[in-house]
Structure formats: structure tokens, C-alpha cells
Design a binder for this molecule. Structure first.
Ligand code: SAH
Ligand code: SF4
Length: 423
């Protein structure tokens, strides 16, 4: 019996791709292996959005050399955003890797392993049964933010037809899935490339009708593309959760322009106000890059002040990392020293910890609705509609259930509680 091991790093899209890949490999007769050393096939699903991620992938690739020496018949494959259209440079650097395939080009791996044509993707069970599942709806990105490598590696935007997405979600719900998170680098531009141009709001309306599905989420929204129709649809549909991921990247207009984000501080602020007015209790998360080329102390302070003003539920901060081939790496000097980037990131994280502490502490004593996903260290774990992790202890079996939990303890990252009376 042949065994496979998939190593994954990076965004939710990579995690979703690895899940699918696992199902495909099992259809070819492979069994999961707990470690790369006992596997006959190792797939590395890579991320190169920052140099730190890329360095980890390179480290993993190098450490697999010894596997290949010990077990020359083992197959090593690399996928994810490290794989470019031209794989020759990678081939030269990593001669022990047998196959390079671009994100989601599973057909190539299938042919390589089986020597057979790839089956109709619709006949493939898309993923393993899970209470909460990710469903990619749009691939690639057309935006070309000046710092970002994603459009170069994932190509132009390609949406999946609504009928295909609906069929996949129905199949998942049939297997016990209760929550679906729609994925895309920019879900707000979903459908512009499809006949009749259905948009994300139209897709949400269709999915909201599926019996047995309890919750719907989507990631990531682009502030320049999030329109009133979508906001109103989220507000109106019962299954769509009050949680929006809206990367701000910077709170300074000059930096936003250099980043080519296509919005201003003023329009971002208005958008947040509009969302909060239409969707009471909404949780907002954002991404920030500190130390973008030329970012002055005052410009960083503008970002810091906007974070203080808008008070997000979650902030993912990153230090700017020049990515070869991007406009910023070609044309702008990486002028902020590493220590200064670190200091700015620490400031953002300390501020956010204080804000999240305060926001979550307001839930103390309140009853929240939790979709229970499983058990972690003997406690049931799930999330609120606003995507906050919740833990509670109970002897019953609550997996897949929507329960009411009374919050007894809060932290910036999670809530603890017990099942509410009468639940
Ligand atoms: N499509 C999403 C996010 C894609 S990449 C968006 O429009 O925001 C995920 C996050 O990685 C980004 O939000 C950004 O904060 C970060 N990121 C992307 N490129 C980066 C770079 N060169 N250096 C540091 N952080 C980067
Ligand atoms: Fe990258 Fe910008 Fe596209 Fe997001 S919108 S994936 S940051 S280019």
C-alpha cells in the first residue's frame, strides 16, 4: 500500500487545495502517512507571499533530499504559489523534485501518478466530510497591488459557475457540513468573467436556500469592490454570518496609492461605517503591512491611528517583504530597516491585543450562538457567527450542533463558557 504526505503552508486557499488533493490521492489508492519519512509520495503545497514563507518551503525541500537518497523510488512534488509558469529554475535548484505543478493543476499530478486521463472533476467527491468546509469560488487575481506576487503565480481571475458551486455545497451538506466559507483572493469580483455576470450577492442568495446549511461566510473582500448590493444582501440573508474580512493594508493615502490599492482612507472609513450601519454586531478583520517602501514615521502613525479609530476584531499584521517581479520590488527601495518594521509590527500587535481584549470582554455574561466543530483538549470547540473561537466543557456529543453558550471568560483571541440553561 502506497502512502502520501501533504505539507501545507499559507492561506486558506492552499489549505482547501490540500484537502482536495488528499481526496484525489485516496482515489488513486494512496493512504495518508503521519510523516514524510514514511511516505512514498510527498507533496509540498507552497506559499511565497512573503520571504519568510518561501524560506520555510526551501528548508522543507532541502530536508527531503535525504528521503530521496534513502528511498529513491519516493516521489516528491511541489505545488502552490512557488511554482511559476517556467519551472526550469526550480528544477535546476531542486533536482530531487519529480514534479512541479501550478496551484490546482491536479490533472498534471493525476496523469503523472496514474498515467491516465484526469476524470471529470464533477465526479470527484470534493472533500472529506467536515462541519465547516472551504469552497473556492474564484481563482487568481487581476489587481496587481504593487507588493503582491499572487497575480503572477495564480494568474487572472477565473470564477466557477454558480451551478457548480451550488452542487458542491449541496454535496457537502449531504455529508454533514453545516458551514461553508467561500474562498477567493478577491471574492467581491466573483462572476464578472461568467455569462450573465452573476455576482457574489446572487451566489449567496442561491446558497442561502440550501436546506441543512446553517452558516455561510466568504473571504477575502476588497475594499474597492465591496458594493452596497452585497452589503445589503449580507444583512438580509439569515445564513450569512456577521463577519467580514476587509484588508486595509495602510491608513495613509500616499502609501495606499503606492500600493495601488484603488481606495483612500476616506472611502475605506465610509465603507466601514456603511457596513456597521447595515449589519449590526458585525465583526471586521483586516490585514496591515508595516514598513512598505518609503513608509515614514508619520505615515505609519496614520495606520496606527486608523486602527485605533476603526477598532477591528482581528488584525493580521505583516512586515513588508519585497517579492521578486512585483512593481514594488522592481521600482521601490525597501527603505525601512528590519528592526524598524519589527517595532512597528509590535506596536500594531500590542494595540490590537488591547482593542480585542476590550471588544471581547463586552461579551462576558452574554449568550452566544456557537456551531460546534469538534473537541480540542477535552473541550468542545466552535465559533460564534462573528468567527470568535469558543470553548466549553460538556459530556454530551455536540459535534455539528448549533448551541447557546453563556460566556464566562474572555481573552483577545477566544471565549470560554458553558451551555446556557435550557439549551
Ligand atoms: N487578496 C487579499 C490578500 C492576499 S495576500 C487582499 O487583497 O488583501 C494576504 C496578505 O498578505 C495581504 O493582505 C497582505 O497583508 C500580505 N502580503 C501580501 N504581499 C505581501 C508582501 N510583499 N509583504 C508583506 N505582506 C504581504
Ligand atoms: Fe494580492 Fe492585491 Fe490581489 Fe490581494 S488584491 S491577492 S493583495 S494583488
Amino acid at each position: 500500500m502506497a502512502h502520501y504526505y501533504i505539507w501545507t503552508i499559507g492561506c486558506q486557499m492552499n489549505k482547501a487545495d490540500s484537502e482536495r488533493l488528499g481526496v484525489l490521492l485516496e482515489r488513486l489508492g494512496y493512504q495518508p502517512s503521519p510523516s514524510p519519512h514514511s511516505a512514498d509520495l510527498v507533496v509540498l503545497n507552497s506559499c511565497v507571499v512573503r520571504a519568510s514563507a518561501e524560506n520555510r518551503v526551501r528548508g522543507q525541500l532541502s530536508s527531503l533530499k535525504s528521503l530521496k537518497r534513502r528511498k529513491p523510488g519516493a516521489i516528491i512534488a511541489l505545488t502552490g504559489c512557488m511554482v511559476d509558469s517556467d519551472s526550469a529554475p526550480l528544477r535546476a535548484q531542486f533536482p530531487h523534485v519529480d514534479l512541479f505543478f501550478k496551484p490546482q493543476e491536479f490533472a498534471e499530478l493525476w496523469r503523472f501518478l496514474s498515467g491516465q486521463a484526469y476524470p471529470d472533476p464533477k465526479t470527484i467527491v470534493p472533500q472529506r466530510p467536515a462541519i465547516s468546509a472551504f469552497v473556492p469560488i474564484i481563482q487568481g487575481c487581476d489587481n496587481f497591488c504593487s507588493y503582491c506576487i499572487v497575480p503572477y503565480r495564480r494568474g487572472r481571475e477565473r470564477s466557477r459557475p454558480p451551478s457548480e458551486v451550488v452542487a458542491e455545497v449541496e454535496a457537502l451538506v449531504g455529508q454533514g457540513t453545516k458551514e461553508v466559507t467561500l474562498l477567493g483572493q478577491n471574492v467581491d469580483s466573483y462572476g464578472h468573467d461568467l455569462p450573465g455576470k452573476p455576482d457574489l450577492a446572487d451566489l449567496l442568495v442561491e446558497l442561502n436556500r440550501i436546506p441543512g446549511l446553517r452558516r455561510l461566510r466568504f473571504l477575502t473582500s476588497h475594499p474597492k469592490d465591496m458594493k452596497g448590493k452585497l452589503i445589503d444582501t449580507i444583512a438580509r440573508l439569515d445564513k450569512v454570518c456577521e463577519h467580514i474580512s476587509l484588508p486595509m493594508q495602510s491608513g495613509d493615502n500616499h502609501i495606499l496609492r503606492a500600493m495601488r490599492r484603488g481606495y483612500t482612507v476616506e472611502s475605506y472609513r465610509q465603507l466601514v461605517a456603511r457596513i456597521r450601519e447595515a449589519i449590526p454586531g458585525v465583526a471586521l478583520s483586516t490585514d496591515i503591512i508595516v514598513g512598505f517602501p518609503g513608509e515614514s514615521q508619520a505615515q505609519f502613525q496614520n495606520t496606527y491611528s486608523l486602527l485605533e479609530e476603526l477598532r477591528f476584531d482581528t488584525v493580521h499584521g505583516a512586515m513588508y517583504s519585497p517579492r521578486p517581479g512585483t512593481l514594488a520590488a522592481r521600482a521601490m527601495e525597501d527603505s525601512v530597516p528590519a528592526e524598524e518594521k519589527r517595532r512597528r509590527l509590535d506596536m500594531v500587535e500590542a494595540l490590537q491585543q488591547a482593542i480585542a481584549t476590550e471588544i471581547n470582554s463586552r461579551l462576558l455574561g452574554k449568550v452566544v450562538e456557537v456551531l460546534v466543530e469538534g473537541q480540542v483538549k477535552g473541550k468542545w470547540q466552535g465559533r460564534t457567527r462573528t468567527n470568535k473561537p469558543v470553548f466549553f466543557a460538556h459530556n454530551g456529543d455536540w459535534r455539528g450542533q448549533l448551541v447557546q453558550v453563556k460566556v464566562e471568560k474572555t481573552s483577545p483571541w477566544s471565549l470560554q463558557g458553558r451551555l446556557a440553561e435550557g439549551a
